[in-house]
Design a protein around this ligand. Structure first.
Ligand code: V55
Ligand code: FE
Length: 486
């Protein structure tokens, strides 16, 4: 009998869904632009069975993939679990076999050595397949339209890393998927790789390098000529695993690094630039102008992950977890290891930054993000004191400095937005911003569609679901033409 822990990770705004299904021709309010033909895939963690341990956490849930299929002004919805090896083994056993987040020592002995992926972080279409990603494991491949699971891939044996990032980028110039791995030789290992996968799904390169210390490397930056790795001391080590502590913990006494390596280089070409301690995770985009590398990232003073606590026992400080879009600039050819500059670009407090992905690796003129405005009322459980109040979308025009916001109202929260071009060759930033809006009071979600250049005007259309989706992680748009590739 399923019974979920009565903790913050499983109740209120985070209660479970565990529901697979299909809706043909979803109810729509307002306008769905008829030229939007393609798919929006997003994922949320959703434990298939009640967890082995009551202190289980959100990041450990099984990946539940939602698909919004846009065709000629109509939208179909489909939702399926990513059928990871973990999901299949537990399905067979009819209860949880895998234990704590990133801790195989807590697993049932019957699953020793199995891939622990939950595929719960990012779905993204490449080479005609849906990659369902979790950064501790290889990619899980699925059918982008039926959501049937094919299984894990090591690219015909060419990938020797044990892991693959949940934040790959698609290089618009080469069409390659640019990726990396950390903990590439297993838990708490310093080895990493940088990889490129061709538009037809072939692993073109795997370059090995080591990092100065082991930590969560959740995202990275890719420019036309460089790959950039930000090292933030969300540290991990075997002692923590053996003591069954949370796998990661934040260390405010350690420096932050930005590693920069030419895309045609190797480990010996990596340069590590150094910064005083700070916290950041997701990268909006990176680009280079000659040897000058710009890296845009929301930066906070201190830890944003209360479930990965301070290693020195200091309490979590929500006011120090406020993050603001910041542009780091380093010169790959400089002699020293200092950042050239670090400039805060906005007073909007936010995370989950996005761009028009057709400009990934290039200078981006526009950015969007989820904004947290703690001054506004909230009617959901936990009230306004809740740590998780993602209640606005934010827009930044980097050319004119214009910024704008849209508030979803006191009953709702918003999930990560995604930019969709008006047409495949429309100018940069010309298109729509789509985002799930979850009404916590009335318990339904809708996919809101906004004019990406006028978000302050609110949604022009909504795809309405008759239930509420769980808070999720990432989502990506794939144009119709991309679906038929390969
Ligand atoms: C993140 C999310 C994860 C994870 C590691 O947002 C880092 C960061 C959903 O799982 O395993
Ligand atoms: Fe992420």
């Amino acid at each position: 009998m399923a019974h979920f822990p009565e903790t913050r990770a499983f109740t209120g705004i985070l209660n479970m869904l565990r529901f697979e299904g299909d809706i043909k021709d979803c109810e729509v309010e307002g306008e769905i632009p008829s030229q939007l033909n393609g798919t929006f895939h997003r994922v949320h963690p959703d434990q298939q069975f009640s967890p082995k341990f009551d202190d289980d956490q959100f990041f450990n849930g099984d990946g539940m993939i939602s698909l919004f299929r846009f065709r000629n002004g109509k939208v179909d919805f489909k939702q399926r679990y990513a059928q990871t090896d973990k999901w299949k083994l537990e399905r067979e056993a009819e209860h949880a076999l895998f234990g704590a987040y990133r801790n195989p020592l807590t697993d049932d002995p019957s699953v020793k050595g199995q891939v622990r992926s939950t595929a719960n972080t990012t779905p993204i279409v490449h080479a005609g397949k849906l990659f369902a990603l979790k950064e501790d494991s290889p990619p899980l491949l699925m059918d982008p339209l039926s959501l049937e699971t094919f299984g894990f891939t090591d690219f015909d044996g060419k990938m020797t890393s044990e892991t693959f990032t949940a934040h790959p980028k698609i290089d618009p110039i080469t069409g390659n998927m640019v990726a990396f791995s950390y903990g590439a030789k297993g838990l708490c290992t310093k080895e990493c790789t940088y990889m490129e996968i061709s538009p037809t799904g072939e692993l073109l390169k795997e370059v090995w390098f080591d990092v100065p210390y082991t930590c969560m490397m959740h995202d990275f930056g890719v420019t036309e000529d460089y790959v950039c790795f930000h090292l933030v001391p969300i540290i991990c080590n075997w002692e923590r695993v053996e003591k069954r502590m949370p796998y990661f913990g934040f260390d405010t006494t350690m420096p932050v690094y930005l590693g920069v390596m030419p895309r045609d280089g190797e480990a010996k070409d990596m340069k590590w630039f150094k910064s005083p301690n700070l916290f950041c995770s997701h990268v909006m985009n990176a680009f280079n102008d000659g040897s000058k590398v710009h890296f845009d990232v929301p930066v906070a003073k201190n830890n944003m992950f209360p479930f990965f606590p301070d290693v020195h026992g200091n309490p979590y400080k929500p006011e120090e977890a406020a993050s603001y879009m910041t542009r780091w600039t380093v010169d790959y050819n400089s002699k020293g290891d200092e950042f050239e500059s670090s400039k805060r670009m906005t007073d909007m407090m936010g995370e989950f930054p996005r761009i028009d992905d057709r400009y990934a690796t290039q200078q981006h003129d526009y950015g969007w993000l989820l904004v947290m405005d703690q001054s506004l009322p909230f009617n959901g459980p936990g009230g306004r004191a809740s740590g998780l109040m993602l209640n606005k979308l934010g827009y930044m025009d980097f050319l004119t400095g214009k910024q704008s916001e849209w508030w979803c109202g006191p009953d709702s929260v918003i999930q990560e937005p995604c930019f969709v071009p008006r047409s495949p060759d429309s100018p940069q930033g010309d298109g729509y911003l789509i985002a799930l809006v979850d009404d916590i009071v009335n318990n339904y979600s809708s996919l809101a569609i906004l004019d990406a250049q006028a978000i302050e005007e609110g949604p022009i259309g909504k795809v309405k679901l008759p239930f509420r989706l769980r808070q999720g992680l990432h989502g990506n748009w794939a144009d119709e033409r991309k679906l038929s590739q390969v």
